[in-house]
Design a protein around this ligand. Sequence first.
Ligand code: KIV
Length: 286
Amino acid sequence: MRAQVTLQRLAEMKERREPIVMVTAYDYPSARTAEQAEVDMVLVGDSGAQVVLGHDSTVAVTVDEMLVLAGAVRRGVQSAFVVADLPFGSTEVSDEQAIATAVRFVKEAGADAVKLEGGGEARLSRIRAIADAGIPVVAHVGLTPQTAVALGGLRAQGRTADSAARLVREALAVQDAGASVLVIEAVPAEVTAVVLPALEIPVIGIGAGSADGQVLVLHDLLGITEGRTAAFVKRYGSIGPDMVSAVQAYAGEVRGGVFPGPEHVYASTDEAVAAARAELEARTSD
Ligand code: KIV
């Protein structure tokens, strides 16, 4: 069995320049897929709101829904480091609210760490509070989908002078606040390259060029996601059309009387069939 991935192991990987592989998962089968593929980190992302719950943004997902997803993922993962996203509305009110939410993800779902979007003042206070409570925090800067409306939509960050400076400021600040890992999303590779050498914590990129590791949404990389995906997504499979074809084949066989075939039914005995007939006769004859 593979050794447990810990924060210490992630730090060593950064030190040795061993790329860290992270992928999202939202349920037991996707967690098993990630575990069997021997990824290092599994993120129960609030992208699950869109990917598995059918919402049109990440904002709608609740703590209780995320806890169900995170618990299922935890049961499917033995060695990878499991991170759970703290959904929108579950940390905004106060540091106390943020600690209480983070504690639920550790106690009820078994998460190894929680992820928190943003690097502004209030966010830094939340990161500090959760880290001080003994729960590892993964910070997330650049494009932060929970507050995409305030960022002008789901668009790349760090492309103007102001935005690039802000990205650097926030990346350094979340590290100082106690984050153990940082995700940078949708930022030009050159801007990531500027800040990366100044960060001691492992940095995971998504649409942010080279970093200490990379994360992708599982359903995007498998080719299950319908329609357009972000420009930074690379598809490594086209499982979606295969899934539709398989269900169509099943439907065709049921409709054509081909399934179930003789190999898919349980054998019986003459005695059992006779008893069933006798029972039916006794109950239907007057
Ligand atoms: O929710 C998510 O999947 C994420 C990744 C895109 C980093 O936050």
